[in-house]
Design a binder for this molecule. Structure first.
Ligand SMILES: Cc1cc2nc3c(=O)[nH]c(=O)nc-3n(C[C@H](O)[C@H](O)[C@H](O)COP(=O)(O)O)c2cc1C
Length: 423
């Protein structure tokens, strides 16, 4: 995370709801980080959370009483559940268990945590944390989609080792500082998003950034993608009212507010994250996914040997754009790919459109002279195809040089008019 701005947290009231997961202890650090930045923090623990940390400890770190029981006469006398919900600038559920997400999505109010989450009018941010199998379960996907549609912001989960020995995957809670950064962005951006909401009710999946393909524990194969174009598209789709799921490779950018962001490293992780994020109405694959990975990743750091350089055998990575374009079930109605080319831009992009089976290709010249990779401007051509089978008609629009934000806004406007024509 970069570019944190603590001004927005100073003097703010943050209500932290701690769910009953192994990551509950990390919320103690979250409380500390928020207080360091000048927030007044109140804490609510679920019954299950108290199996992991005590209200006494959470309250001591928050500098007050930690609340746990809906029917506790002292709590009701002290602040009351409605005041807890009302007298706050943001509610952060961290860790948000699968169970808590389900209760939120279902509108339950069966304990103090669920009641304040239902009663609050402040923005709500959740930091889900759970076993990877729970995270990809169709029920959790459905609850997540519902919560995002209801305007709940999501940070994480991240990919990595779980508390349970031998378990790894998507489901680790976002780090405390990532959650702090998300809080800052939400508090900073409380003003209404501009530009109407032509994509309201549409679920838009965006991939962005490069992938890192490990060679051994310390080395990887990467590319120069900054993720700026994909992030700008995700933000433009959000501003147009869409429910956005951003799946990002490793980048030096802040998570855009108001959307679900999943961070991944490799092409295989990205494909997995994309597949678990479906269904979506529109998918925009702006990530620069590595074509190849090392066939045999070193378990230990590769050493210099007398025999010279260790041979690096490469194997092909899964093709995310082609895989999703060719899905029988769950294919998004509009699938858009990116073609980053250093030569024969249009010809290569046309061939890619036909080969991958997607609907549109955004072709951009990424030759070193163009300065696109890592830069702020982009020159793109939009290739769209009408019809299928033998009568495919490819149209090419060449857009003027624009900033990446302008490219994003123009692309989203084109998507919105297409979506309008179809509905
Ligand atoms: C050791 C242990 C760790 C757990 N970790 C998680 C977790 O990380 N995420 C999760 O969704 N549930 C986890 N659970 C299950 C929840 O504690 C359980 O679903 C509980 O009902 C959640 O209640 P709450 O949502 O009210 O906090 C864990 C359970 C145990 C025993």
């Amino acid at each position: 995370m970069t570019g944190s701005d603590h001004r927005h947290i100073l003097g703010c009231r943050v209500l932290i709801v701690i769910g009953g997961g192994a990551a509950a202890y990390k919320s103690l650090d979250l409380i500390r980080r928020l207080r360091e930045r000048g927030a007044a923090v109140r804490v609510v623990l679920t019954k299950a959370a108290q199996e992991f940390i005590t209200p006494l400890l959470a309250g001591a770190i928050a500098g007050g009483h930690a609340y746990a029981d809906l029917f506790d006469a002292r709590t009701e006398f002290d602040v009351g559940h409605i005041r807890l919900a009302r007298d706050t600038d943001i509610v952060v559920a961290a860790p948000a268990t699968a169970d808590l997400m389900a209760r939120m999505a279902g509108g339950h109010a069966d304990d103090l945590a669920a009641t304040v989450l239902l009663a609050t009018q402040a923005p709500v941010l959740i930091a889900p944390a759970m076993n990877p199998h729970m995270w990809i379960n169709a029920t959790t996907r459905r609850n997540l989609a519902q919560l995002v549609a209801d305007g709940v912001a999501v940070v994480g989960p991240n990919e990595g080792e779980m508390a349970e020995a031998g378990e790894a995957g998507l489901g680790r809670v976002a780090e405390p500082l990532e959650i702090v950064a998300a809080v800052e962005r939400i508090l900073a951006g409380r003003e209404k998003l501009p530009g109407g909401d032509p994509l309201a009710g549409r679920r838009v999946l965006v991939t962005a950034g490069p992938t890192h393909e490990p060679i051994d524990p310390v080395r990887y194969i990467a590319n120069r993608s900054s993720g700026k174009q994909g992030y700008a598209i995700a933000a433009a789709a959000r501003a147009a009212g869409a429910d956005v799921i951003l799946i990002s490779g490793p980048v030096e950018l802040d998570d855009p507010p108001g959307m679900s962001v999943t961070h991944v490293e490799s092409a295989r992780e990205m494909l997995h994250a994309v597949e678990t994020a479906l269904p979506a109405d529109i998918a925009i694959f702006a990530a620069a996914v590595a074509d190849w990975r090392v066939a045999h990743e070193g378990e230990q750091k590769l050493k210099k040997t007398a025999a010279g350089m260790p041979p690096l055998q490469l194997v092909e990575n899964p093709d995310i754009l082609a895989t999703i374009s060719k899905l029988q079930k769950l294919r998004p109605a509009l699938v858009i790919g990116f073609a980053a080319e250093t030569e024969n831009l249009i010809e290569n992009a046309k061939a890619k459109l036909a080969r991958k089976g997607c609907d549109w290709i955004v072709a951009n010249d990424v030759s070193p002279a163009s300065g696109v990779m890592g830069g702020d401007r982009n020159t793109v051509h939009l290739l769209t195809r009408d019809g299928n089978g033998v009568h495919v008609d490819i149209k090419i629009e060449s857009w003027p040089v624009m900033t990446k934000e302008e490219v994003a806004a123009t692309l989203v406007a084109r998507i919105a008019s297409q979506a309008e024509n179809r509905s």
